[in-house]
Design a protein around this ligand. Structure first.
Ligand SMILES: [Zn+2]
Length: 179
């Protein structure tokens, strides 16, 4: 089942830097990343190298970021994400019930497959038009507000800091005009 703060979003958001560089991870090792993503299926899935997960993470980020800004994704990232999703679907477990068709990881699914299935759920959900990227960092979120649109991943994390920065910038500008 898909819900807004899904594992694929937590996965692409597993970075800690303030700006747009994405070079500080919010975890120290594979165990830390899996904890942060918090999908129980990951611990049952076939393990892959951390580098494989991170390369999928950056391709997925690039694609979701492009979608959030209404641009078409870079072809190589686009191809990487489509290939990962296709592979995850090939190894997925399908179950039909009165709820309809359900997709879940199968016995040979890898950790990348688990996250790709979660990305598939996100990308086929009604939330796609609400996908947004923080104006300060690269965290992605589903904007559930009406009207003007949410600018920050989190008011405490990025909103307040950004306000403090523009306040300081205005003060500097005012100081400059006195001289
Ligand atoms: Zn942010």
């Amino acid at each position: 089942m898909y819900h807004a703060e899904n594992a694929a979003l937590r996965f692409v958001n597993s970075i800690e830097d303030d700006g747009k560089t994405r070079d500080i991870n919010a975890f120290r090792d594979m165990a830390g990343l899996l904890r942060l993503v918090g999908d129980p299926a990951l611990s049952q899935a076939r393990a892959v190298p951390l580098a494989e997960l991170l390369s999928f993470r950056e391709a997925l980020f690039a694609v979701l970021s492009s979608i959030a800004s209404g641009k078409s994704p870079d072809p190589s990232y686009d191809a990487a994400v489509r290939a990962a999703i296709a592979a995850s679907l090939a190894r997925a477990n399908l179950s039909l019930s009165s709820d309809g068709l359900r997709l879940g990881p199968g016995p040979s699914s890898t950790q990348t497959d688990v996250l790709a299935l979660s990305a598939y759920a996100l990308l086929t959900s009604e939330d796609v038009p609400r996908l947004s990227e923080c104006h300060r960092c690269t965290r992605l979120f589903i904007d559930r507000g009406r009207g003007k649109g949410r600018r920050w991943c989190d008011m405490a994390r990025c909103g307040n800091r950004s306000k403090a920065e523009s306040f300081r910038a205005r003060k500097r500008a005012a100081g400059d005009s006195v001289r």
